[in-house]
Design a protein around this ligand. Structure first.
Ligand code: ASP
Length: 432
């Protein structure tokens, strides 16, 4: 999507959100039984649902195509020492991020006090699977069945496996195997491009979808919905800032990289990610920063940064944790300890499966909610999810910027450990 269109769309979504909120809040004064309100809600429901259905429609193809093409683009030769180290780093920081997200959720309890009034359908929390069941269920017995059922975790698992195998096949000595593997890669890469086009079109409906979803929230709930939305936004940003100024700062210090200089150097990609809301789109800027400002060798960053933009989403992980809290609290079924354990796993995996494009995290939130028995097609869960969707752009800016900072932090650490970083770039007299 052209830059100009993207900006216009952002504005349109924001306008949809504000108008939906205002008109909904006005309707809140009309009694439930009044014909005008009943009729308005009757019209709004399917038009809002359409957006949720469109989002659900793209979850599986987005994961499959982007993960397979992303992972398969890595050359196995690089998967050696650098690969193992960066993957361990990415997993570890994603794990820390979800702990941060859940800690913020536990302390701030976003969504508490929200009283959603779903009139047509009462929420029935499905029995959530146990932790062991969740872990085992990650391995599909039949990947095609998982695809048909839309079970996201096994799809992620299989896609990563398939992507790695494809990377090896592309590297095969046998010219015939290499050639056919290259065709498979091109196919998935092409599909990824096509599905991004579809995502772009779905997002064009976002302003209307958001308008009708938010309208329903406010018409049923009144203006009290503003407070909880502000609360959850603040909670997400506190988590993100903690990750930046505590987690990454401590990691930099451990590896003797000046945290102050790191933050100064990372400023440009951080800001780019904030405004573009796309890890993929920010990649050229992060690479430029690694090369020109951090003195990292191309052999390291050309591998670690694209991989990070595909699988390492610390900001998204924090967002998933906090928003799961918000929705569970809002529907009046606060998360239990066991459910939080499940979220640790599903959120980390969901972040791996999140594409580096605007809004992808909100799609993955659906599966995290599913893993704890909350179905977004159901009554109040739908309304609470709609509230989050309404402010998604705002949350996406923060989480994307933290996704990018996490990638660069990992790249610095691995480059430092591997002696692939020109430390003269970090001396005091060197401008950042
Ligand atoms: N927009 C994010 C990114 O590109 C993904 C997300 O929506 O969480 O990193």
């Amino acid at each position: 999507m052209a830059e100009q269109n993207r900006k216009m769309l952002l504005w349109a979504i924001l306008i949809g959100l504000i108008l939906g909120g205002i008109i909904g809040a006005i309707f809140a004064f009309i009694p439930e039984e009044h014909a005008s309100k009943r009729y308005a809600l009757l019209v709004a429901a399917p038009l809002g649902d359409l957006f949720i259905r469109l989002l659900k429609m793209i979850v599986t193809p987005v994961i499959i195509f982007t993960l397979i093409s992303g992972v398969a683009s890595i050359s196995p030769a690089r998967l050696g020492k650098v690969g193992v180290k960066i993957i361990v780093f990415y997993m570890l920081t994603s794990f820390l991020a979800i702990i941060v997200g859940l800690a913020v959720g536990n302390i701030m309890q976003p969504g508490e006090g929200v009283t959603l009034k779903e009139t047509t359908q009462e929420i029935q929390a499905k029995e959530a699977p146990s932790l062991v069941e969740t872990l085992l269920a990650i391995v599909p017995t039949n990947p095609f069945e998982s695809i048909a059922k839309g079970d996201v975790l096994p799809i992620i698992f299989f896609s990563i496996f398939f992507g790695i195998a494809l990377a090896y096949a592309r590297d095969n000595q046998d010219a015939k195997i290499k050639e056919s593997a290259d065709s498979v890669y091109k196919f998935f890469d092409g599909c990824a491009q096509v599905i991004f086009k579809v995502v772009g079109w779905v997002m064009m409906y976002a302003p209307i979808g958001v308008f009708f979803l938010i309208f329903q929230v406010f018409a049923k709930q009144g203006a009290e919905a503003f407070g909880p939305l502000l609360h959850v936004t603040v909670a997400v940003y506190i988590g993100l800032l903690f990750q930046m100024f505590v987690v990454y700062v401590v990691i930099c210090s451990i590896f003797k990289i000046s945290p102050v200089k790191f933050i100064k150097k990372v400023y440009e990609p951080w800001l780019t990610a904030f405004v573009t809301r796309s890890s993929g789109g920010t990649l050229p800027v992060s690479m430029d920063t690694a090369e020109r400002k951090m003195g990292i060798s191309k052999g390291v960053y050309s591998f670690t940064l694209p991989l990070g933009a595909t699988i390492n989403m610390d900001g998204t992980t924090i967002y998933l944790g906090v928003c799961a809290f918000f929705i569970a609290n809002a529907v009046g079924i606060p998360l239990t300890g066991a459910q939080q354990m499940t979220i640790i796993i599903t959120a980390v995996l969901a972040s791996i499966g999140t594409a580096g494009v605007p809004g992808a995290g909100a799609i993955m939130l659906i599966m995290v909610l599913n893993s704890v028995g909350l179905d977004v097609s159901q009554g109040n869960v739908k309304l609470a999810y709609a509230m989050i969707l309404g402010i998604d752009a705002l949350l996406d800016m923060g989480r994307t910027s933290m996704n990018i900072v996490g990638d660069l932090c990992g790249t610095c650490v691995v480059a430092k450990v591997e002696n692939e970083m020109d430390m003269s770039y970090w001396e005091d007299n060197k401008s950042v």
